[in-house]
Design a binder for this molecule. Structure first.
Ligand code: MG
Length: 231
């Protein structure tokens, strides 16, 4: 197999590779309190499969804070600092099979691993570094500039193209995630999608989203490698 036939795997982070033990929401709460000077900010929104930018804008609106790009930048910077503080204090974990699979893929010709995540880039790498997973990924799409997950996929494809120095064929790509939004963003690009049920999405909602592949987690090497070799 030549390098041009390599399969490109785009991993989601939260609910797919790790659970942060709610470090993300603790960091968000503290950020809103500290930067916006609001006690008990309203944070009752849907977080699954969302982008950090989209979440931050909805929280600002919900808490009746006038949007400005400088305030948003300040909030996101503060959030990353809080995240680094909270990660070691929370009981997060790497999900089953993740390390063994990433090790296996790194040593295996024919596969390239990247990220498609709603996390802003520094937040994504703070989480990955905390769990010693940051060294596996050479490219990705992140939630720094994009509200919509399908735009993050476009960014991930561009970054893969520039990192690998060649055209990236969408037929050779796979998105691996844990929410119906991961399925939608893959569909928007005609990319196949593998869903794990280690996140917070209900089995029913995942079945309704109709992913190409649905597995309990990433621990059954034979099953996963069969899927990764089948498209
Ligand atoms: Mg996720």
């Amino acid at each position: 197999m030549t390098a041009n036939d390599d399969r490109i795997l785009f991993f989601d982070i939260d609910g797919t590779l790790i659970h942060s033990g709610a470090a993300g929401s603790a960091a968000l709460d503290d950020t809103l309190s500290a930067v916006l000077k609001i006690e008990n900010p309203d944070t009752d929104i849907d977080y699954g499969g969302r982008t950090d930018l989209g979440i931050m804008r909805e929280l600002m609106e919900l808490n009746k804070i006038k949007y400005s790009s400088s305030l948003e930048k300040k909030l996101l910077e503060h959030y990353v600092d809080e995240l680094k503080k909270w990660l070691p204090q929370k009981d997060g974990k790497v999900l089953p099979g993740v390390v063994a699979l990433l090790d296996h893929l790194r040593d295996l010709p024919g596969f390239q691993s990247g990220l498609i995540t709603g996390n802003i880039r520094p937040g994504a790498f703070a989480k990955l570094a905390h769990f010693n997973l940051d060294h596996y990924f050479a490219f990705g799409g992140f939630g720094d500039r994009e509200i919509k997950r399908e735009d993050i996929v476009a960014e991930g494809l561009r970054d893969a193209t520039s990192s690998l120095g060649r055209y990236v064929d969408k037929d050779k790509c796979l998105i691996i995630g844990d929410t119906p939004r991961d399925v939608e963003c893959a569909r928007a690009h005609g990319i196949k999608v593998l869903i794990v049920t280690t996140g917070f999405a209900s089995q029913k909602s995942l079945l309704a989203a109709d992913p190409d592949y649905l597995v309990d987690d990433l621990s059954d090497r034979e099953q996963i490698m069969q899927i990764l070799s089948s498209f």
